[in-house]
Design a protein around this ligand. Structure first.
Ligand SMILES: [Zn+2]
Ligand SMILES: [Zn+2]
Ligand SMILES: [Zn+2]
Length: 147
C-alpha cells in the first residue's frame, strides 16, 4: 500500500518536471528518498548494482539536480552526495535552506531539515544562486556507538 503511494508520488514528480518515467529515474528516486543520509554516486552504484550503468546514473543525477529534484552536498573528501529536495525547489532555483551535517567519523552527510538557514542579504554587487551551510562534527549514530 505504502509502496504504491510512494511510487505514485515519484510518478507525479517526474511528470511535473516533464521527465519521462524511466526505470533508472524511478530507482534513483526510490533509493535517495528512502535513505536517512545524502548518498554519493559510488554508493548509489553499489546499491543499484547492475540495474543502472554508470553513464545513465550520472545523467539521471545531473537532470534531477537541474530540475530541482535533488541537491548536492560536497563532503570532507570532496565527494558529491545527493539528497532529495524541498518541494520549493524548482528548475535552476534551489531553495534548500537547511543545514547540512557532515560527520567526521563515518563521513555521512545529513540534511538537517529542522534547522533553517535564515535569508542572507548579499552585499551590493553580489548575487546568490545557491547556499550551503555545512556543520562538521560527530553524528548521532557515532555518538551512540561511543557510549
Ligand atoms: Zn533543491
Ligand atoms: Zn557518524
Ligand atoms: Zn540537504
Amino acid at each position: 500500500m505504502e509502496e504504491t503511494e510512494t511510487g505514485r508520488r515519484f510518478d507525479q514528480l517526474l511528470e511535473k518536471n516533464n521527465l519521462k518515467k524511466t526505470q533508472p529515474r524511478l530507482s534513483v528516486l526510490k533509493v535517495l528518498a528512502s535513505r536517512k543520509t545524502a548518498t554519493s554516486q559510488p554508493a548509489l552504484e553499489e546499491i543499484l548494482g547492475a540495474e543502472i550503468d554508470r553513464v545513465t546514473l550520472y545523467r539521471v543525477l545531473r537532470t534531477f539536480e537541474e530540475k530541482g529534484i535533488i541537491h548536492k552536498v560536497i563532503d570532507l573528501n570532496g565527494t558529491a552526495n545527493y539528497a532529495t529536495c524541498d518541494e520549493s525547489c524548482t528548475e535552476h532555483a534551489h531553495d534548500d535552506r537547511h543545514v547540512h551535517f557532515n560527520c567526521t567519523h563515518c563521513l555521512h552527510v545529513y540534511c538537517l531539515d529542522s534547522l533553517h538557514i535564515p535569508a542572507l542579504t548579499m552585499p551590493a554587487g553580489f548575487t546568490a544562486s545557491q547556499m550551503n551551510l555545512i556543520v562538521y562534527g560527530i553524528c548521532e549514530e557515532c555518538n551512540e556507538k561511543e557510549r
